[in-house]
Design a protein around this ligand. Sequence first.
Ligand code: GDP
Ligand code: IMO
Ligand code: MG
Length: 429
Amino acid sequence: MPAVVIVGAQWGDEGKGKATDLLAEHIDYVVKFNGGNNAGHTVVIGTEKYALHLLPSGILTPGVVPVISNGVVIDLAVLFQELDALNSRGIDTSKLRISANAHVITPYNVTVDKVSERFLGKRAIGTTGRGIGPTYADKINRVGIRIQDLFDESILRQKVEGALVAKNNLLTKVYNRAAIKVDDTVKELLSYTERLAPMVADTALELHQAIEANKTVLFEGGQATMLDVDHGTYPFVTSSSSTAGGASTGSGIGPGLFTTVIAIVKAYTTRVGSGPFPTELFDENGEFLRKTGHEFGTTTGRPRRCGWYDAPIARYSARINGVTDFVMTKLDVLTGLKEIPVCVAYEVDGVRHDEMPVSQSDFHHAKPIYQNFAGWTEDISGCKKFEDLPKTAQDYVLAIEKMSGARISAIGVGPARDAIIVRHDMLAK
Ligand code: GDP
Ligand code: IMO
Ligand code: MG
C-alpha cells in the first residue's frame, strides 16, 4: 500500500489542502511533517469552508488518523484553538497523534520573529510572524524545546533558562525590548500538558506499523519547493524542508518506503512575502488573477503576488521532489483571458537559461521568455472529464504537461470538493 507525499511545486498556496481532501477518502493516516501554523489551507466541503493552519487537512475526513510528526514546530495555543474550532463544527479530532520529538514554538520565538523582521527593514523576508524561523533556529542550535520536555518540569525549566540567556541579551541589548521571564514561559507551557498528554506518541513507530499493516499514509507538506530552506529561493524561504525529502526526515519513515510523490501546481503562479519571482505581473493581468483567483493569504490575509505559469520552476520541482504526478489547480481562474503566456525559459544578461540559473543573483534579474497560448471563454467549473474542457484549455494543459516533467493527473476547475477532473489514478502504483 502506498506512502504518498503531497508537496507544493511553487511558492505555496497551490491548493494542497484541496488535493489532500480529494485523496483523503482512500487514506488511513495523514501526516503533517514540516512547518507549523505558517501554513494556511482552505478546504471547501459543500457549503462549509475550513481554514487549517497547524492541523493537516486530512483531519476533515472521518476515520483518518491525523499525525503531527517530528519535523513540525507546534504553537500549543494555536493547536488547541484549532482543535476547539473544529470540534465545535462537529469534526472528530480525537485520533490526533503528536510526536514527542516535535519542537514547540515558544512565546519568545514569536517575539523574536516579529522584531527581527522589523529590524531587517527593506531586507525583511515577509514572514508570517508565527515564530517559525526562530523555532527551527533553536532546534538547529540545540536549544529548542521539544514536546517531551513539557512532561519534565525540571528539564523544561533548565532548557527555557538556557534558551533565554541569549534571547534576552538579544531582545534587551539589540532590539531594545523587555526581557522575557523564565517563570512566565514555563508556566504557560506547563498549562498545556494535561490536555496534550494523551496525544503524544512515538509517531515514527506508529507510522511504520501502519505501513507494515498495508495502510495508506499520506504525508501532507506545508509551504512548497521554492520555499524550502535548501532548495528554495534562499534567504526568501521558510525554515523547514518542505520538499519530498522532508517527509522522510520529518516523520522518521525511510525514503525507500515512499511510493508516490504528488506535486500541486497552480495553472499560474503566486507568491506571498518577499523574494524573486520572474513571471510576476504588475499590470491588469496580475490584478485579474488576484481578483478572479481570490489570491489573498489564508494565514495573514496579505494580497498574493501573481504571475504567469513558470515551466522551469515546475521542472525543477519535478526533479527535486521526484514527482510522479502533478495536480494542476485553478485552471478555471484563467477563463476569459484572450491569450495565456507561459514562461518556457529565462534570459539573463542576454543568455538563455532553460533551467533555473545556478546563481540566485541571476534568478533575481531573470527575464521570462514566453510562449503564448490561446485562451477560452466557456465556464469550465462543471467539467468532469478532460474531454469536456474547451480545446484551447486542453491544449494549454497538454503543453504544460510536456514542459513540466511529470504527468498532470488531476485538474482543479473550482474551489468545491468535486470541482476536479481526474485523469489518472494517482494511488494505483
Ligand atoms: P494550500 O496552502 O496549498 O492548501 O492552498 P490555499 O488553501 O492556501 O490556497 C488555495 C485556494 O484555492 C483555496 O482558497 C482553495 O479553496 C482554492 N482552490 C483550490 N483548488 C482550486 C481550483 O481548482 N479552482 C479554484 N477557483 N480555486 C481552487
Ligand atoms: P502554505 O502551506 C505561502 C512564506 C511567507 C514568507 C516565507 C517565510 O499555505 O502553502 P515563515 O513564516 O515561514 O518564516 O515565512 O514563507 N510562507 C508561505 N507562503 N504559503 C505558505 O504556506 C507559506 N508559509 C510560509 O510568506 O515569505
Ligand atoms: Mg496556503
